[in-house]
Structures are given as structure tokens and as C-alpha cells.
Design a binder for this molecule. Structure first.
Ligand code: NAD
Length: 438
């Protein structure tokens, strides 16, 4: 186990952020970083940029900014690279995604235009609604992985980047469960050689990243790095990984509301969640197989928070339904509705309706930033494999095999901050509080 107060290497030099997928989320992230660097906006929603951390007792008045407490890369240290099956540069892609206003994009146009995606490793079998022309050709999946490693190394030398992280911002791939080829590294590598159809493009990126010693986060619900073979590689290479599926709108609220009901032992017998969205992500999720990946990721949350096996009377009969409807007029401005059927004292019924008019990529961009900076920190602190303390950012957090995930947002935040305290050798905060009354 990692020692408390471990030596953390300094965040010296540039940090390269590699983005498979140059769509709505990644262009909003990159454009946002460029705008903040120039003082044209604030990094709202980012814990690493705006968050503080309490140290010691409540009476100690020690609450540094997280960025001052742990050594993080700064925004001016970041360099970006991306892959996409469409050749649009980051400016053109951001205009198409239409998340940020055209006038705002104009101010950073020249920098955005310099970010041109490299040809993608792409298979329509895994994302059926897209068909882009900007795709790598290879003799085998091994060859494609080697081409990606080549891209990474070229970027490293050309841009004089000292460290790297990769954050998957590509489309949601179709639902798959682990197969024999994912069982260990040897089988996986043999699978790359024979181009095993069960190896997804996102797994080829993850493999290339880990081979290049680059931490990997998965912003989509596809399995990607959440298979034994790639966990093994992460350990072997001493590289941290995290996933899956950015926790942004509806699920963020679900992991706040459900723990509230549970903590007051309010019963829930139905939770209907529906969404309309009209961006490219919505179009991809219109394919039932890609939707299935998202559905599984969104459904798991309540099961783990409510623990119906421990509270059968309250949650044993909870009907949970999740819908995503592709509705082009809305673009990235998603609308989510939840109808929650509750019951209280003596079983009397109640209802709660939630209508969240959110902007998907505006909520996701700060998560990409935090994950890039915190995974880089983890690597410099010598943390390898699954980083459960980053569950805070995910709908479907990766954990050690056999361990159920923590979904409650505030448990996740406590876990994250306690990990930072631990890394710096500070006392962990239990919120016991008896010491104030001695
Ligand atoms: N709030 C959010 O926006 C949110 C929340 C959770 C998860 N996500 C996930 O994040 C991902 C990105 O979302 P988005 O809104 O930016 O979608 P998007 O459709 O705008 O962008 C995805 C990009 O990935 C590209 N792509 C597809 N397959 C690729 C491959 N094999 N290699 C490289 N690029 C590939 C697509 O061409 C597209 O440009 C999606 O998987 C989405 O489900 C988003």
C-alpha cells in the first residue's frame, strides 16, 4: 500500500493531454482551458481549480486551495492532441458541436485550429451511427496499437512534453461484456495479433496509452480499461487508470437525492428518468446497442446506494427506468426529467419531480480537466492501477474486483479529499467531532 506522506515528484515541464474523440466534450474542455488561460472565463465546476481542502480541526482555519496543497500541473503547462474519425480541427469541431458561442470561439480560433486530429482507430461495428473517413489502416489490431504509440511518441518529442495523460472522450461503444481475450495480458496481446473482434477500438487506445506509460481515464461507459488484461498492464507499467462514464447531469443528481432518501429511510418504489438531447452523442446513443452501454452504467447507481438486500421493505420493489431520446433541436442543451415515487411514515405515498435543463459538455469539461490533473498527480505519487478515489467523477466507478462501488457523491468527495490528505501526510478527517467537546 502507498505510504502516507509519500514523495510526490514535482509537476515540472509540460503535461500532454491526449484525447481520443474531438467532439463536444473535448472541444469544450480545450477551448475552456485556452479561454481561462487568457482570462476570458473562469474554470467553474473544476475542483482542482476552484476547490479548497480543510486540514486539521475546524478551529484551525487551515483551508488551502487544492491546487496549493498538492503539486498539480497548471493550465499553462497543458498541451493537447486528439484523434477522431472526422478530420475537422478543434475550431471546426467546436463550431459544429455548438456548445460555446461563436464569438467566444473566435477569440481563441488560431490556437484551436492548430489542434488537428490524428486519424482514428475506428470500427463501425462498435459505433454504428458514425462513419468517418479519417481512419487508420493496419495489418492487425497490434499494428494499430503500434501506430497509436508512434503518434504518442511523436507528440511527446515534437511538443517537448514531459508527461502525458489520456482521457477517452470518444463516442459510446456498443455494449460488450468481458470475453476470454480480456482475461489476461497474454490473451489480449495474442488477440491483438489475430485482430480478435472482441477487442474494441477504445481498448486499443488504452493499451497504447499504458504501453507508453500514460495514465488513462475513460469518460464513456464502454468497458475499455475495465478488464483484467488491461488492469494487469496498468500494474506492470506502474500506470494509474480510472473510469467509467463521466458523472455529469441526471446521475449527478441521482447520487445526491438517493442517499438523502436512504439516510432518512424514506422508501422508493419507482424512479423514472428520461432525457432529450440532440448532439452527436445523442445520435450515437440512439443506436440500441450503444444505449445499452449507457443504460447499464446509469442503472447500477440506485442498486448500490439503496442496498435492497439490506432494506427489502424500502427498496426491494423499486422500479428504475432510464430513457434517452435523440431530439436534434436541443443540441447539447439536454433536458432531463425524473419522476420519483416515494413513501414515508405508515407507507403514505409522495412524489418528487426533477427537471434539470443542463448543458452536457459544460458539465463534462471540468471533469476532463480534473481527471487529467489528478491522474498525473497519481502517477507522480507512484499510484498504479485502478484509482477508486476518483469515483467522484464517474457514473460507474471502477473498483478492485469484487468490491462494490461507492456512488454517494459526498462519500466520493470525502474519499477524494482524504486521499489528498493522505498523500500529503495530513490527518484524515472522520467528522467525528468529539474533540471539540472535551
Ligand atoms: N455530459 C456529457 O457530455 C457526458 C457525460 C458522460 C459521458 N459522456 C461521454 O463522453 C463521450 C464524448 O461525448 P461528446 O458529447 O463529446 O460526444 P461527441 O459525439 O460530440 O464526440 C465524440 C467524438 O468521438 C469521435 N469518435 C468516435 N469513435 C472514435 C474512435 N474510435 N477514436 C477517436 N474518436 C472517436 C466521434 O467522431 C466524435 O467526434 C461520449 O462517449 C459520451 O457518452 C459525455
Amino acid at each position: 500500500m502507498l505510504k502516507a506522506g509519500a514523495d510526490i515528484k514535482p509537476a515540472r515541464g509540460k503535461l500532454g493531454v491526449l484525447l481520443p474523440g474531438l467532439g463536444a466534450v473535448s472541444t469544450t474542455f480545450v477551448a475552456g482551458v485556452l479561454a481561462v488561460r487568457r482570462g476570458l472565463g473562469r474554470p467553474i465546476g473544476s475542483l482542482t481549480q476552484m476547490g479548497t481542502i480543510r486540514l486539521g480541526k475546524r478551529t484551525d482555519n487551515r483551508t488551502p486551495r487544492i491546487a496549493d496543497f498538492v503539486p498539480l500541473a497548471t493550465l499553462s503547462d497543458l498541451e493537447f492532441a486528439a484523434w477522431d474519425p472526422f478530420p475537422d480541427d478543434a475550431y471546426a469541431a467546436a463550431r459544429k458541436a455548438a456548445v460555446l458561442e461563436a464569438g467566444q470561439l473566435e477569440t481563441i480560433r488560431a490556437e484551436l485550429e492548430q489542434i488537428r486530429p490524428m486519424p482514428a482507430v475506428f470500427e463501425r461495428e462498435f459505433v454504428r451511427r458514425l462513419d468517418g473517413p479519417h481512419v487508420k489502416q493496419g495489418k492487425s489490431k497490434r499494428d494499430l496499437a503500434e501506430q497509436l504509440v508512434g503518434d504518442i511518441e511523436l507528440f511527446r518529442t515534437e511538443r517537448k512534453v514531459d508527461r502525458l495523460v489520456m482521457v477517452w472522450c470518444g463516442s459510446t461503444e456498443v455494449y460488450r461484456t468481458p470475453e476470454a481475450v480480456h482475461a489476461d495480458l497474454r490473451s489480449f496481446e495474442a488477440g491483438l495479433d489475430r485482430s480478435d473482434p472482441a477487442i474494441a477500438p477504445s481498448q486499443i487506445y488504452a493499451y497504447a496509452a499504458l504501453q507508453a506509460g500514460c495514465p488513462f481515464a475513460n469518460g464513456a461507459p464502454n468497458l475499455t480499461v475495465d478488464v483484467p488484461a488491461l488492469r494487469e498492464l496498468a500494474h506492470e507499467r506502474g500506470v494509474p487508470v480510472a473510469g467509467k462514464d463521466f458523472k455529469t447531469g441526471q446521475t449527478l443528481l441521482k447520487t445526491v437525492l438517493a442517499p438523502a432518501f436512504k439516510s432518512r429511510l424514506i422508501g422508493v418504489n419507482g424512479w423514472f428518468s428520461t432525457n432529450i438531447l440532440g448532439n452527436r452523442d445523442g445520435e450515437v446513443l440512439d443506436d440500441p446497442e450503444s444505449f445499452r452501454s449507457k443504460e447499464v452504467s446509469k442503472l447500477g447507481v440506485l442498486e448500490h446506494i439503496f442496498q435492497p438486500h439490506l432494506y427489502p421493505e424500502l427498496y426491494g420493489d423499486c422500479y428504475h427506468k432510464v430513457r434517452i431520446n435523440y431530439y436534434p433541436p436541443r443540441g447539447d442543451a439536454k433536458e432531463a426529467w425524473d419522476n420519483i415515487d416515494l413513501f414515508g411514515w405508515l407507507g403514505y405515498p409522495m412524489q418528487l419531480k426533477v427537471n434539470f435543463l443542463c448543458r452536457d459538455s459544460i458539465l463534462a469539461a471540468p471533469i476532463v480537466l480534473d481527471l487529467a490533473l489528478l491522474l498525473d498527480l497519481a502517477q507522480r505519487a507512484g499510484m498504479a492501477g485502478v484509482q477508486e478515489w476518483l469515483s467522484f467523477y464517474f457514473k460507474s466507478p471502477m473498483t478492485a474486483p469484487g468490491l462494490y462501488p461507492e456512488h454517494d457523491l459526498f462519500i466520493q468527495l470525502m474519499k477524494l479529499k482524504n486521499t489528498l490528505r493522505y498523500l500529503r501526510g495530513e490527518e484524515l478527517i472522520t467528522h467525528l467531532g468529539l474533540e471539540y467537546y472535551d
